[in-house]
Design a protein around this ligand. Structure first.
Ligand SMILES: [Zn+2]
Length: 347
């Protein structure tokens, strides 16, 4: 007998699940697996990015309500379940120098509490595979960087009975992936195909901006064929009507060209507790489809290798966070904060 598997996609804001790995989640859901999107924040500080959307909401709460409705429609389009982790959007700090992060926001919050919240969801949903962003957040938004840290923290801690004992019985997630749908390789391939077709390309500016941000191209280990699920991704994107302009960047590539030259979504296997062979074409590769959960959990290797974390957080910060010995550090300052109990303040 083959068993259904569970996939958890950890994202920073509502709409991220529709622009990163969306068609993959639609595909696994369509194939009968359970898929849960976790949105760390409510997207309260998002700007209205669709000129046709109409009136700008006046309060964070109004924005939150709009985005709840949009998210429900997007999850429906993808055929997935969705959970709000309950933290508040930090907004994208812009300017030089960067303004401080709003107090009480996700990226300025206590990382240990945030990891504890996600550990509880992991232990309840019991995913075999988890996806999130790379250590740079995929792009430099403080909530995306924090989502990476919290997802990685939960991946490491959820299987440890000594960590967060009040958050439910331990569950070891077998594989952790980073989404790579904004790679330079993809942008350049599409850019080239559009030029050959004499179609305007939106990627010139994007490629330049990406170079300005000095984003390192990460390795791709796993490529999922999603040609048949890109239209569900599009419906999900459009469900985020306040955020996604149907005339804008996300819809600038004619879909037949996209399907021809880039019918994939790509991932980097960051950590695995089961043996697997790279490159892969399936996020569940290496997970015995006939083994029951209890058997899989007992077969785990202790050699889970976690890549990239030391680039961002030095030393044993994560172990310290799990043990509650220290508090979150943030590369961004935090509004009105000088308490060592909060986060580190940048001068
Ligand atoms: Zn986001």
């Amino acid at each position: 007998m083959t068993h259904t598997r569970r996939l958890m996609a950890v994202h920073a804001h509502p709409d991220d699940e529709s622009s990163k790995g969306a068609a993959t989640t639609a595909r696994y859901a369509a194939e009968g697996h359970e898929v849960l999107v976790v949105s760390c924040t409510g997207g309260e500080r998002g700007d209205i990015l669709n000129p046709a959307f109409g009136t700008e909401p006046k309060t964070l709460d109004e924005m939150k309500q709009i985005r709840r409705t949009e998210m429900a429609n997007a999850a429906n389009a993808l055929g997935v379940s969705q959970h709000w982790l309950g933290f508040v959007d930090s907004g994208l700090p812009e300017g030089d120098p960067l303004p401080p992060l709003p107090q009480g926001s996700f990226a300025a919050g206590n990382m240990r509490d945030e990891i504890a919240a996600l550990v509880a969801v992991v232990r309840q949903f019991q995913p075999h595979v988890m996806t999130t962003y790379d250590p740079m957040g995929g792009y430099p938004h403080p909530d995306h960087v924090r989502a990476h840290q919290v997802a990685l923290g939960a991946f490491l801690a959820a299987g440890d009975p000594a960590a967060f004992p009040d958050a439910g019985p331990p569950w070891s997630v077998l594989k952790l992936y980073y989404n790579h749908d904004f790679s330079l390789a993809r942008s350049m391939t599409l850019h080239e195909a559009l030029r050959e077709a004499n179609h305007p390309s939106p990627f010139g500016e994007w490629i330049e901006r990406r170079e300005q941000w000095d984003i390192v191209e990460r390795p791709v280990t796993t490529r999922i064929d999603v040609a048949d699920y890109q239209s569900q991704r599009d419906t999900a994107l459009l469900a985020h009507a306040s955020q996604i302009d149907p005339e804008g960047f996300f819809f600038a590539v004619p879909r037949e060209i996209e399907r021809d030259v880039w019918p994939w979504e790509e991932y980097e296997l960051a950590a695995s507790r089961v043996p697997t062979h790279l490159p892969e074409t399936d996020l569940f590769a290496g997970i015995d489809p006939h083994a029951a959960d209890t058997e899989l959990q007992s077969r785990l290797t202790e050699s889970a290798h976690v890549a990239g974390y030391e680039d961002l957080v030095p030393g044993d910060l994560l172990a310290d966070l799990i043990q509650g010995r220290t508090h979150a550090q943030s590369p961004w300052g935090i509004e009105g904060s000088s308490s060592p109990d909060d986060a580190e303040m940048e001068e």
